[in-house]
Design a protein around this ligand. Structure first.
Ligand code: GUN
Ligand code: ZN
Length: 651
C-alpha cells in the first residue's frame, strides 16, 4: 500500500525497495524458504547472509504454530530469535501445506495473530489454495473466503500484510482477486501456481499473470509463491514480479539435482568440473556427489541457492540495462515449455505496453520470436498512424541515414510530387526517414551479418534507385540537404503529430554528426532545441521545451507539478510522484515531458520513470527525472561527442 518505491525499471519489471521493521528489502529479491526447525534447514539464514548476501527470508508460520517446541521458542524470542536472523522475515500462513497435506486446521485469525506475536515483518493472510483444475464456481467461492479473510486481516494488522491473489486459471477471477488484494495488501502474492510451475505449465502461468498484473497496485511489491527455479526468474520479472521465494534450492538438493539458470542437472551424472564458485573451490561438485547423505544435501542446497541468487543479480542488471526481454528469451531456450510461456506472454501486448519504455539502448534479437516483443508491436501501431494515406512508397535496400547514401535518393519527381521510400528491415517495411528510430535503428540481429546493410556501396544504391523511379526524377541532383529537412519534419511528425510538426519545423535546421553522418541535433538560430539520440528519438533541451510549450496544446506532453514542488523542479530536482498533479496519459516511461506548474508555466524538461497511470498510485519515489531546467537550460548538450547524450542513465 504505502511503501514501495521504484528506482529503475524495464517495462513492468522494477528495481525497487520497501522498508520493514528489520530493514529495507531491495527488489527483485529472492526470499529463500527457511525451515523453522534449524535441524531441518540445510543452510542457516545467518550463513546465507554472510556468504551469499541474502537480506530477507520467508518461513512458514504454520509449521511453527503446529510444532510445539518451535512454537514456544518463537513465542518467547520471536521468529528472528528462532531463526537467528535479524533481517526482514516474511511468514507464510500455511495455506499451501494445509491444502497439499490436508493437515491440522488453523483458523485465519489465529494464524494471523500468531504471525503478529512472533514479530513477522510481513504476515500473510490465510488464503484458500485453489488448484488450476478447480472449476469456476469452486474457485469463485474459495476466492470470496480468501478476500473476506484478507479484509478482516487488514483491519486487525497494522504491520505489512501479504494478500494472496487466487482464482485458479480463471481470468476474471484472477483480475478480481488482483484488484481486491490491491486495496488491502502491502505485498500482493500471486498464489495457486505451484502445480503450474512443477508441471511446466508456463502458458497457463503467463495467461493468469496477464489477467492479474494490470490490476495489481503499482505501489505494492508483487510476490509469486513458489518461483523456485532460477530458469523462471526472468520470465516472472517480465510480468513485474518483485519477490521470488525458493524452496526449490532445498527440494531439488534432496533428490540430488543442481539448479542452474539454464536448467537442471543431476549431480550423479556430472563427470566434469563445471563450476568454479567459492563453494566449488572448497569442494568441486563432482566430489560432492560422492559424499554421504546430509553433507551432500547441504552442499547441493547451498550451491542451488548460490546459482539462484546469481540469477537474481542477472535479472537486476538486465532491468538496469533495459535488456530483460533478451534475458527472458535466452532463458526460455532452456525448455520449450518456457518458450511457449513467453510466446503466450507476447500475445498480451496490452499488459506490457503502458509501461513499455519509449526506447532502449539496443534491440538485440535472440531468436526470430524477438520480433514480436511489445516494442515492435508499438512501433508498428505508430507506423500505421504515421503512414496513413501513404500507399505509394518505393522500395530501396536498408541504408544508413548518412549524406553519402541519401544524396542519391530523390524526394520529388520531376513535376514536384513527393516520392516516399521504404526499406525492408528484419522488423518489416519501414519508411526510410524513420530507419534510425528504436527498435529498427539500434536493432542487432542476424540479418546484420547475413545481409549487412552497412556494406552497401553508394553506387549500388544509385542503381537500385534508378531501377525504382526510372527517369521520373532528377538523379543528377544532390538530395542530401532535402533529406535533412525531410527527416527533421518527419521525426517531429512521428513524435508530435503532423500539425504540430509543421509549425515546429519552421526555422529548424538539422545537424548531422561529423563522425557518423547521422542526424543528431535540431537547431534554431544556432541554439539546439532537440537532440537526437542513438535511439533516433528527438528530445528537447530546455530551450526546445520552451518552443514546444508554445506550440503544443495545453496538457499535451506535460506533467503538472504541485505548487510545493515547483521551486525544486525548476532548480533541477527530480519530481516525486506525490507532487504530480496530472500527466498526459499518452506519455510512457522514458519519454520526455514538459514539467509545468498549475498555471502552465514551464519549470523544466524531464524523462518519465513512471507511467502516468502509476503516478497517483505510488506514494513514494521519483516520477520524473529532470534533464534540463531554467537554471541549466543546455544540460545534456555537447559538441560532436558520442551520439545520444540523452541515453545516459537509461530508463
Ligand atoms: N505457497 C505456495 N503457494 C501458495 C499459495 O497459493 N498461498 C500461500 N499462502 N502460500 C503458498
Ligand atoms: Zn560452484
Amino acid at each position: 500500500m504505502a511503501g514501495f518505491e521504484v528506482l529503475e525499471r524495464d517495462g513492468l519489471a522494477r528495481l525497487g525497495r520497501f522498508d520493514t521493521p528489520h530493514g529495507a528489502v531491495e527488489t527483485p529479491a529472492l526470499l529463500p524458504v527457511v525451515h523453522p526447525d534449524p535441524d531441518r534447514q540445510p543452510v542457516a539464514p545467518a550463513e546465507m547472509r554472510e556468504r551469499l548476501g541474502v537480506r530477507a527470508v520467508i518461513t512458514s508460520a504454520y509449521i511453527l504454530w503446529r510444532t510445539p517446541p518451535l512454537r514456544s521458542v518463537a513465542e518467547a524470542h520471536g521468529v528472528h530469535g528462532l531463526l537467528r536472523f535479524d533481517g526482514p522475515v516474511m511468514t507464510d500462513s500455511g495455506a499451501f501445506q494445509q491444502h497439499a497435506y490436508g493437515s491440522v486446521e488453523v483458523g485465519p485469525e489465529e494464524i494471523l495473530g500468531f504471525q503478529g506475536r512472533i514479530g513477522s515483518d510481513i504476515a500473510t493472510v490465510l488464503d484458500i489454495f485453489t488448484e488450476p483444475e478447480a472449476p469456476h464456481d469452486e474457485a469463485e467461492a474459495a476466492l470470496s473466503t480468501t478476500l473476506a479473510r484478507a479484509r478482516a486481516a487488514r483491519s486487525s494488522r497494522a504491520g505489512l500484510l501479504a494478500v494472496p491473489v487466487q482464482g485458479g486459471v480463471h481470468d476474471d477471477l484472477r483480475a478480481r482477486s488482483a484488484a481486491a488484494a490491491s486495496e488491502l495488501g502491502d505485498v500482493l502474492a500471486v498464489g495457486g501456481v505451484v502445480p503450474l510451475m512443477e508441471q511446466y505449465r508456463f502458458v497457463e502461468l503467463a495467461r493468469l499473470l496477464a489477467a492479474a498484473r494490470p490490476r495489481l497496485a503499482p505501489g505494492a511489491a508483487v510476490h509469486l509463491f513458489g518461483t523456485g527455479h532460477p530458469m523462471t526468474f526472468a520470465f516472472a520479472a517480465l510480468f513485474g514480479v518483485d519477490l521470488f521465494d525458493s524452496s526449490a534450492y532445498h527440494k531439488f538438493a534432496r533428490r540430488g539435482s543442481l539448479l542452474l539458470a539454464e536448467g537442471t542437472v543431476a549431480l550423479d551424472e556430472l563427470r566434469d568440473r563445471v563450476c568454479y564458485c567459492f563453494l566449488c573451490a572448497e569442494k568441486p561438485l563432482v566430489e560432492v556427489a560422492g559424499l554421504a547423505g546430509p553433507d551432500r544435501e547441504r552442499r547441493v542446497a547451498f550451491h542451488n541457492l548460490l546459482t539462484s541468487i546469481e540469477e537474481v543479480g542477472r535479472v537486476r542488471r538486465a532491468i538496469r540495462d533495459g535488456t530483460l526481454w533478451e534475458l527472458a528469451e535466452r532463458r526460455a531456450t532452456a525448455h520449450p515449455a518456457l518458450r511457449a510461456g513467453l510466446r503466450e506472454a507476447k500475445r498480451h501486448p496490452e499488459v506490457f505496453l503502458p509501461t513499455e519504455p519509449e526506447s532502449r539502448r539496443a534491440f538485440r534479437e535472440v531468436t526470430e520470436e524477438s520480433r514480436s516483443r511489445p516494442a515492435v508491436v508499438r512501433f508498428h501501431d505508430r507506423l500505421d498512424r504515421y503512414s496513413a494515406g501513404r500507399t505509394d512508397a518505393l522500395t530501396i535496400p536498408r541504408i544508413a541515414l548518412r549524406p553519402e547514401y541519401l544524396e542519391h535518393v530523390p524526394l520529388e519527381d520531376r513535376s514536384g510530387q513527393p516520392l516516399f521510400w521504404k526499406a525492408d528491415t528484419p522488423l518489416g517495411q519501414v519508411p526510410v526517414e524513420l530507419l534510425d528510430l528504436y527498435p529498427v535503428g539500434p536493432y542487432l540481429g542476424i540479418d546484420e551479418f547475413l545481409r549487412p546493410p552497412r556494406h552497401l556501396p553508394p553506387s549500388r544504391l544509385r542503381e537500385e534507385v534508378a531501377r525504382a523511379v526510372g527517369d521520373r526524377a532528377d538523379l543528377g541532383r544532390n538530395w542530401a540537404a532535402d533529406w535533412t529537412r525531410f527527416q527533421v519534419s518527419s521525426l517531429l511528425a512521428w513524435q508530435y503529430g503532423r500539425a504540430i510538426a509543421t509549425v515546429l519545423a519552421e526555422g529548424l535546421e538539422g545537424e548531422r554528426s561529423r563522425r557518423s553522418g547521422r542526424l543528431r541535433a535540431l537547431r534554431r538560430g544556432g541554439a539546439i532545441l532537440l537532440h537526437v539520440g542513438t535511439d533516433g528519438v528527438p528530445r528537447p533541451t530546455f530551450r526546445g521545451a520552451g518552443r514546444l510549450h508554445e506550440v503544443l496544446p495545453p496538457g499535451r506532453h506535460r506533467v503538472v507539478v504541485a505548487d510545493d514542488a515547483a521551486p525544486f523542479v525548476s532548480a533541477g530536482r527530480s519530481l516525486f510522484s506525490r507532487f504530480v498533479v496530472s500527466a498526459d496519459p499518452a506519455l510512457v516511461p522514458g519519454a520526455s515531458a514538459l514539467l509545468v506548474d498549475r498555471s502552465d508555466r514551464l519549470l523544466a524538461v524531464g524523462r518519465l520513470l513512471l507511467a502516468p497511470s502509476e503516478m497517483p498510485r505510488l506514494a513514494r519515489g521519483v516520477a520524473v527525472r529532470v534533464s534540463a531546467h531554467a537554471g541549466a537550460p543546455e544540460a545534456g548538450e555537447r559538441e560532436d561527442g558520442p551520439d545520444g547524450p540523452e541515453l545516459a542513465g537509461g530508463v
